[in-house]
Design a binder for this molecule. Sequence first.
Ligand SMILES: Cc1ncc(COP(=O)(O)O)c(C=O)c1O
Length: 397
Amino acid sequence: MNIDDLDLWRREFPILEHTVYMISNSLGAMPAAAADSLADYARTWATRGVRAWEERWWEMSREIGDKLGAVIGAPAGSVSVHANVTTATAVALSCLQPRPDRNRIVCLASDFPSTIYLFHAMESLGWVLTIVPAEADFSVRVDRVLDAIDERTALVALSHVLFKTSYIMDPAPVVAAAHEVGALVLLDGYQSAGIIPVDIEALGVDFFTGGCLKWLCGGPGAAFLATRPDLLRTLRPHLTGWLAHRAPFAFDIGALDPRDDAMRMMGGTPSIPAYYAALPGLDIIKAVGVDRIRAKSKRMTARVLELADKYGFPSVASRDPERLAGTVAVNPPDALHVSRALKARDFLVDYRPGVGIRISPHFYNTMDEIDRLMADLAHIVEHKAYDRDAPSPSVVT
Ligand SMILES: Cc1ncc(COP(=O)(O)O)c(C=O)c1O
């Protein structure tokens, strides 16, 4: 099959009929099958009632976790499912305890701030946070990360792909340095899983987080935590609940007797509708194949950069295709207003301070759409076809 045959998947995504959807770094397009799957959820609830728990729902986290595991090279039974990446990160961190001689968390200034907020909040429990500074282009130098790691480090938490610039970090030296001093590594793969090939066993990380919302086209509410299998069996998260229990329906109030699989990392009743919403996207990504997604993505990001150069828009995106994942940020004057004008014209993108307009084609986009988006962008910029004084419609950008 030629990689352009991926265009055939367009018919599975209704929003592509009337918008140029270039925002899969934020919210992947909804597969039509997600509506059927959610209807299946409603039918199950309506007709099977409470029996749904024993018939499927109780073990559905395991089912979704294993499907996610197949995308990122995680063995069956090693992926737990959580409401969002921040919660998944909190669960991983709750497996550790700050000790006076080992109380440091190292993260990156270019990580997604939500996890940094979590780490700051954890300082009141005795953790000490080191944030490795970013360069002017928002990339983070690996040697600076390595300098921040020492015997006091308990956890190094870093993004696999930086959310503003789509820069692909090289986790290998970080994993080696962290393990050398006895620290664990958590890789945030929200901007990598589903758009670049990921093999977490080969990466050797201890934890890997991500979610279905973005490149996996699964909607909100189904994020995940993959835990290295040999480590998993030794962990006792403080953030826990009855899903983690080996015999939850014994309702024993003694200390929790944890399951052997990744469900031991889970807590209370999971968001079953989110699971139904996520299933079709996972099946589609598997059918398309991340290698083919990456091949097409590279061609499309190269085209965005070529046109950014032609129209004279600055971009912090790496010019090395091996270091650039799915997004190209371009930064024309008044980028926030330009991004709003684009959205009003059904070209869906977003805006992030410092880097400008993030353009994120996925396997269902076409080269023609990229050309049209960039031409419209250039037109809006040239004619200042936006209202700088218009009140912000929302806090969301
Ligand atoms: C790299 C990365 N991590 C985390 C998040 C969000 O985490 P959460 O699921 O907690 O909202 C995002 C969202 O955009 C992200 O890009």
